[in-house]
Design a protein around this ligand. Sequence first.
Ligand SMILES: Nc1ncnc2c1ncn2[C@@H]1O[C@H](COP(=O)(O)OP(=O)(O)OP(=O)(O)O)[C@@H](O)[C@H]1O
Ligand SMILES: [Mg+2]
Length: 380
Amino acid sequence: MTHPFYVSRLALTDFRNHASLSLDFDARPVCLFGPNGAGKTNIIEALTMLAPGRGLRGASVPELARDGGEGRAQVWAVSARVSKSGEEIALGIGAERTPEGGIKRAMRRDGQPATANELGEAARMTWLTPAMDRLWSGPAGDRRRFFDRLTLARASEHGHAAAAYERAMRERQRLLSDRNFDDAWLTGLEREMSAHGAAIAAARVETLARLQEAIDARPDGAFPKAVLSLEGTFEARFASGANSADVEEAFADLLSEMRFRDAGAGRALDGPHRSDLRARHAVKGMDADQCSTGEQKALLLGVILAQARALADDPGAGPSLILIDEAAAHLDAVRRAALFDELLANPGQAWLTGTDESLFEAFEARAQRLEVRDGAVRAV
Ligand SMILES: Nc1ncnc2c1ncn2[C@@H]1O[C@H](COP(=O)(O)OP(=O)(O)OP(=O)(O)O)[C@@H](O)[C@H]1O
Ligand SMILES: [Mg+2]
């Protein structure tokens, strides 16, 4: 069992409840255990800051700074060294003080300023948290964001398209709410929305195809196979064979037709920002939201394990970390042991948390264990 991709060092400075922490790791799974409030999830969150976006809690930059009672630190830093097929890459993200005395987010790769995509490509990862236990039955927006993260891990340009789409959509809505129906201006924005929107939908459809293939290739076992589908006007067009130009055209026409209705609604009523991800339990033939809590979790784990497989098999991507906060929640001992076996087989390192060391017994010596207590960490 070798993991060609793993975090070999993680250092935190004034990040959440961790004043200063520096830890070294080998390639085996990392199990963090300790009492509630010790700082386990914060360590996982620190790693997720290396991925594009706002990490597993969606926190703002100032929230992440340590609040030590004596006042809140404003600057914080997460630095990591990752080992990729023997090559070491140094990654860092944090809030830094500017010469003018302000605070700004800064990212580095091997000591040089880097973009979120450059960091993300060096540290691909997927995570699962207790908040996602309600993913299948909760709001569509959560599923869409989850799926967009899966897409972003495969195709980092998805982030640019999403940001450009949002910008054009906001601008259009501003005009519409001012009752400014300037045709040339609106048409320009709608062209932008439809170009980026079509790119977003196409990237999602591609992610879904690869993910479903990886799910279907999984052995039957502890994690039931999901049949995934995307609900969205434009994803559906791609799925039925339309090309980008057709989808763009159709979207631009629709936006133009919908101006008055969108003005009244205060938002664009259709577009990829409204799409949803659906899942069905393949064997039971039941929608995921009708399955038990444990079954829903097992379905989601199957998706996450398949995502790691799909990334590993994609020459444009590669191995990825799998982070599981509260690894034991809703999983019986048999499923937990099956999960550990799958994590050991993934070419990227796994990170898990739990309150009790005994949860990780089935790993035997195949994992490293660290006890987290009051923001201090001790290898055991
Ligand atoms: N910005 C911050 N500064 C200081 N402490 C913080 C900050 N944000 C959160 N905390 C605290 O960090 C502590 C550890 O949180 P964390 O979520 O990592 O705990 P945990 O070990 O995962 O616990 P549990 O087992 O309950 O999930 C909490 O007491 C939380 O209030
Ligand atoms: Mg926690």
